[in-house]
Unconditional design. Structure first.
Lengths: 305, 107
């Protein structure tokens, strides 16, 4: 029965992917991509990757979807070329080669789960994925925060000179309608609570900084769409402090690791859990604000407003 | 055949679809979407590998899963930056904006 469900899900995924790459019109392709991302999240649930499923749905489908839909409006419709036999042949070749590799995976499967299980009790964390992200592979996570920040710097750098340090353009040109303002007022507090819960529970159950940051960013966007808050000035020192809190806090803990644990990004012995939670709170704030600002795009309003 | 292998094979086919989108798209937006579909397929293969590595009381190997979470966020960064470049390119091609005109003619 569950195999039947998996097979149906796989067929839907392939249909979704084909829909994205063969859709007529950019808007249709983007809508197909959002659906494809949701199906991919469901596949991750079936593969027992709940943390990944949450991230895929929140960031890979949700926030990416908003950025893509905004871009569709600004980019002209590209002419759709006919089917490309050579490209199709090459793609089938890639899919076939990867399939052969999937079928030839070694048995028994190599795994690092034993290493994680052996080292996890020292961190006092219950969620192994959070343990890998924030302790065993903390360098990856630190660099990823920097990549997120660099992406925002790249987006801001595309603004026109006169509007640099101004405000990003609002999400819609006309004032927010009453229903969307009402929705923002009612849903934002609930969403804020859900985001904070995901952050708190992430130490022991699926959830964590990325998932929480994405939910909080979505609530920020909802407030912006409902006209409850204005896009911030990109030159605001308070905003920049929020953006830098995560990467700099993580770096500070990393450097102090030399003094307390004898290694870069080491946590002070006996204080692992509180320090990890503090780092998670700092990076969640930065992720939420950075994601929100990446969606808003480069500053465009004039100085005086 | 188990469900895990099935998802691995689906990942392989999705990667193929992504390559086709990347090669055949007429505009930048289509290529960015193809790149993301390709990424989703590769991540799904990672998911099958992680699920096969279930051991020590975990339902799946947490190391590949953590790598995929990092990968999703980095792919989002690349996508957002590429889209911002695409939008800016469109603005430049459409001609200088009125408030930017003086600056353009001074050169």
């Amino acid at each position: 029965m569950s195999l039947l469900f998996d097979a149906a899900l796989c067929l839907l995924l392939v249909a979704g992917a084909l829909g994205v790459v063969t859709a007529r019109g950019a808007r249709r392709a983007v809508l197909a991509f959002i659906g494809y991302g949701l199906l991919l999240g469901l596949a991750w649930v079936r593969l027992d990757g709940l943390d990944v499923a949450l991230t895929e749905i929140a960031i890979g489908s949700g926030i990416s979807g908003v950025v893509l839909l905004r871009a569709v409006r600004a980019v002209p419709e590209a002419p759709r070329p006919g089917t490309r036999p050579l490209a199709a042949l090459l793609s089938v070749g890639v899919a076939a080669a990867l399939s052969v590799m999937v079928l030839a995976l070694p048995e028994p499967a190599p795994t690092r789960a034993h290493d994680v299980a052996a080292a996890l009790p020292a961190t006092d964390l219950g969620n192994p994925v959070t343990g890998v992200l924030l302790v065993f592979r903390a360098l990856d996570t630190l660099l990823e925060k920097v990549v997120l920040l660099l992406a925002l710097v790249g987006v801001w750098a595309l603004s026109r000179d006169p509007s640099w340090s101004g405000r990003p353009a609002p999400l819609s040109s006309e004032p927010a309608s009453a229903p969307s303002a009402f929705l923002a007022r009612v849903l934002a507090p609930v969403g804020l609570l859900v985001g904070l819960y995901l952050l708190w529970v992430g130490a022991d159950a699926p959830g964590g900084a990325f998932q929480s940051g994405a939910v909080l960013a979505a609530m920020g966007l909802l407030l912006l769409m409902g006209g409850q808050i204005r896009p911030p000035r990109t030159s605001s020192p308070r905003l920049r402090l929020l953006l830098l809190a995560g990467p700099l806090g993580f770096l500070a803990v990393g450097f102090s690791g030399w003094a307390t644990a004898g290694v870069f990004l080491g946590y002070p012995p006996g204080w692992e859990k509180p320090v990890i939670i503090a780092v998670e709170v700092a990076i969640t704030i930065s992720i939420a604000v950075t994601l929100c600002l990446i969606v808003l795009g480069p500053p465009s309003a004039e100085e005086g407003t | 055949m188990t469900g895990v292998t099935l998802f691995g094979l689906a990942g392989a086919i999705l990667a193929g679809c992504g390559v086709y989108g990347l090669l055949s798209a007429g505009g930048g937006l289509g290529r960015i979407l193809g790149f993301n579909v390709l990424g989703g397929g590769v991540f799904l293969i990672f998911g099958a590998v992680a699920r096969r590595g279930a051991a020590a009381g975990f339902h799946a190997d947490p190391v590949p899963q953590a790598l995929v979470i990092t990968g999703i966020v980095v792919a989002f960064c690349a996508t957002a930056l590429a889209l911002a470049l695409l939008v800016r390119l469109r603005e430049v091609e459409a001609g200088p904006a009125p408030d930017d005109g003086k600056r353009e003619t001074e050169r």
